[in-house]
Design a protein around this ligand. Structure first.
Ligand code: BES
Ligand code: ZN
Length: 459
């Protein structure tokens, strides 16, 4: 490994220059006007994979944005890693809150600022550099590898499940590795063994055929903004518990041992609160902050729209009101079932004074794995070699919808090998990636391939 690590250390600056070019492509999957950029980014990904020595690199078409595939299968007898990541990014608005332009990667205080730096192009690129180091130094990898980099993760991976189901043979592997999550905290690397699931909806309400003079008609009909607020207010009680009938039926309770382990983690609630700029933390009574974020479901309002919101005052009774809402789910909640319960409940609590329309958007299943499996343990050793510190084992509140698909369709364990930081502003202005973590991450990834390569197939 010495030659590989030396190569990584010597090439540190070049990696950053190259990564800047990757981050310059505005691959925003949610916005139709960026469709061409998303494809350009897929092509960049494929070209880079080809350049570092992966084989059979290609774009695979889907009904949406293309998937990029590449492989290196020369390690006879060794296990196969399926590496999954995404080259698409979130929209950048509000643009005026960025200190430097989102697609002109800029370095400040050891962090590279750009949309996609942490989530997820920077972390994908880290693996490209680890592969490149092995292949240039030894002409081979210590493990077989398949790369599957998708362009629709940030919009719910709508086409990926079908792609995986239709390409089971191509994607056969012993373990899935993903770097698309933060570590526990700065200086505290971690291996993540659980993610929450998600189900997302738009609620539309109409109270009249067009906006009305609030003097002439106020009092005659219901105000949809008011009705929407009342409905939303019935989603949770004061203690933060969700009131949808049956919502908690399948929730797996936290094990006392797990709670005890989390108690030991160096979590500083005061600092957390200060960093968030929240006047006071809030969540379901009876659970700590980490428990609420990692292992308890939530209901969130993502956005609200109704009536007059411009400067000054306008006396108007809005015709319509809209909310985007989502629920984060935990094992063993099923997004489909929870979605049905949600729809039933909203219908039940919405008065007949408005027309109600519910649109179901994307979703994904929650995921959790036992971390005594040999691949997770190998990942732990690789992190320790790359970061000089043993990782802690944590769960995360975010979702990666495809993780449970991999587990169900391919029957393989997933290892979440993320090197982002919780304060790296994923999905927000000034997204960034710590360059020290990136560099250690390249080294850790290079070790990961070796550690997994030395395991017996099947773990
Ligand atoms: N990188 C995140 C997932 C993540 C976030 C994992 C935080 C662990 C902690 C991923 O890119 C993401 O944002 N996923 C979406 C999925 C959704 C669009 C279906 C999410 O969690 O909102
Ligand atoms: Zn994301």
């Amino acid at each position: 490994m010495d030659k590989v690590i030396d190569f990584i250390n010597v090439n540190r600056d070049r990696y950053i220059d190259e990564m800047k070019r990757y981050l310059a492509i505005p691959s925003i999957s949610a916005l139709p006007e960026h469709k061409g950029d998303v494809r350009k980014c897929a092509e960049w990904t494929r070209n880079e994979m080809q350049r570092i020595g992966l084989q059979n690199c290609r774009l695979e078409e889907t009904p949406g944005h293309p998937v990029v595939y590449g492989e290196w299968l020369g390690a006879a007898g060794a296990p196969t890693i399926l590496f999954y990541g995404h080259y698409d990014v979130q929209p950048v608005d509000p643009l005026h809150l960025w200190t430097s332009p989102p697609f002109e990667a800029t370095i400040r205080d050891g962090e590279i600022y750009a949309r996609g730096s942490a989530d997820d192009k920077g972390q994908v690129f880290m693996h490209f550099k680890a592969v490149e180091a092995h292949l240039t130094q030894h002409g081979r990898l210590p493990v077989n590898m398949k790369f599957l980099i998708e362009g629709e993760e940030e919009v719910g991976s709508a086409n990926l499940d079908n792609y995986i189901k239709g390409h089971k043979h191509l994607l056969t592997a012993d373990v899935v590795v993903i770097s698309d999550s933060p570590m526990f905290d700065r200086g505290i690397p971690s291996i993540c063994y659980g993610l929450r699931g998600l189900t997302y909806f738009q609620i539309d309400m109409r109270g009249s055929k067009s906006d009305l003079h609030s003097g002439s008609f106020g009092g005659a009909v219901a105000n949809p903004a008011m009705v929407l607020a009342q409905v939303l207010a019935q989603m949770k009680d004061k203690s933060g518990r969700i009131k949808i009938d049956g919502f908690y039926d399948d929730v797996v309770d936290l094990r006392p041992e797990e709670r005890a382990e989390w108690e030991k983690l160096p979590f500083n609630e005061k600092k957390y609160k200060a960093e968030l700029g929240a006047p006071k933390l809030f969540g379901e009574t009876g659970y700590t902050t980490l428990e609420r974020v990692w292992a308890r479901p939530t209901f969130e309002v993502n956005g609200l729209l109704s009536g007059f919101t411009g400067e000054g005052a306008k006396t108007v009774l809005p015709a319509v009101a809209m909310a985007k809402v989502s629920m984060r789910l935990v094992p063993n909640q099923n997004p489909q079932k929870i979605g049905d319960l949600f729809e039933e409940y909203v219908k039940k609590v919405t008065p007949k004074t408005v027309e109600l329309h519910i649109t179901r958007m994307h979703g994904g299943k929650p995921w959790m794995t036992a971390f005594d499996n040999p691949y997770v343990q190998a990942a732990g050793r690789a992190i320790e070699l790359g970061f000089g510190q043993r990782p802690v084992f944590n769960r995360e509140g975010g979702s990666i919808p495809v993780v449970s698909t991999f587990q169900e369709e391919l029957g393989v364990p997933c290892v979440l090998f993320g090197v982002g930081l919780p304060d790296e502003n994923a999905h927000a202005p000034d997204e960034k990636l710590d360059l020290g973590n990136f560099h250690n991450g390249v080294i850790a990834a290079a070790y990961l391939y070796k550690e997994i390569g030395e395991l017996k197939i099947g773990g």
